[in-house]
Ligand binder design. Structure first.
Ligand code: UTP
Length: 296
């Protein structure tokens, strides 16, 4: 079995749910305490053993390329001041996490279409997909590593899932699943329905931003694209649903706290929880939150 060393991060969406913040700053670059969301995602991938990442961007998202590149003027200035050593290290770290490449999705035609832009980068290898607006704080182990372990044990494509409320599942997707007897957190996926109605809900497990896929998905996506009416988006869920029907997909109920940076409440929760855990400001922020809570 080939080891997974490549990942893609689709980050070319329009981010309409967080406008006007995302008008000129991509939502993937929105801040969580002191780092942009996408840096947490790149760090998670690297911690899972990924060495090469392709970020799918589009017009106006060049700021992401700058973030993972060297900033020589800044580095030079900080390196000359010993009291700024920590800042110097943090700036240098951005360009050293792993190999980061970029390609543009020339038209915003949906997540499936964004993933297709990575075909030649991936070649004939299994690979990881980390959605650019889903930051996941893994409990103990990076969530992508949890998925890769399941891929290595089952040989099948893997989707990261968690149970959400019935209201939330209607906004994501619903899965028909059978838990494995030896490990109920791993489940065979039989069917997936995108944005189900109340009657269509099969379970409250929804796919939340992490996938391990075989290169075969590019053939499926190409076929699905050919059947997609002009002007409509290519949904990745349809491709995953097909893998499920063919018995080639498992779901992992991962251990981790997921923040949806694609909506306003998700952004606030991410900042609040990460600030409470932050080495420099955590204690002060906790005191502030306690004081604030006593006044509400
Ligand atoms: P979303 O559907 O949540 O992102 O896609 P969006 O389209 O930006 O959201 P809204 O509805 O307008 O607020 C999940 C991930 O896939 C990327 C997004 O950038 C996000 O990280 N994506 C989506 C693409 O790369 N290309 C697309 O055409 C669509």
């Amino acid at each position: 079995m080939k080891k997974i060393t490549k990942a893609i991060i689709p980050a070319a969406g329009l981010g309409t749910r967080v406008l006007p913040a995302s008008k000129s700053v991509p939502k993937e670059m929105l801040n969580i305490v002191d780092k942009p969301a996408i840096q947490y995602i790149v760090e998670e991938a690297a911690a899972a053993g990924i060495t090469d990442i392709l970020i799918i961007t589009n017009r106006g998202k060049g700021v992401m390329e700058d973030h993972f590149d060297h900033s020589y003027e800044l580095e030079d200035k900080l390196s000359k001041n010993p009291s700024k050593k920590d800042l110097y290290d943090s700036v240098l770290e951005c360009s050293n996490i792993c190999n980061v490449y970029f390609v543009r999705q020339k038209e915003t035609k949906g997540l499936g279409h964004a993933i297709m832009c990575a075909k030649s980068f991936i070649g004939d290898e299994p690979f990881a997909i980390l959605y650019g607006d889903d930051v996941i704080d893994g409990y103990g182990q990076p969530v992508m590593k949890q998925l890769i372990d399941v891929y290595e044990n089952t040989g099948k494509s893997v989707v990261g899932v968690q149970e959400v409320t019935r209201e939330a599942v209607k906004k994501y997707c619903t899965l028909d699943i059978t838990p494995h007897e030896d490990n109920p957190k791993v489940m065979d996926v039989h069917q997936i329905i995108e944005k189900p109605t109340e009657e269509q809900i099969m379970s409250c497990f929804a796919i939340l931003g992490r996938v391990v896929a075989q290169p075969q998905v590019f053939d499926y996506l190409a076929e699905d694209l050919a059947n997609t009416p002009e002007g409509e988006e290519l949904y990745f869920t349809d491709t995953l649903a097909r893998l499920g029907k063919e018995g080639k997909l498992v779901a992992l109920d991962f251990d981790g706290n997921r923040f949806d940076m694609g909506n306003k409440l998700g952004i606030m929760k991410a900042n609040c929880e990460m600030a409470l855990k932050h080495g420099e400001i955590g204690e002060d922020f906790k005191a502030y939150i306690k004081d604030l809570a006593s006044k509400i």
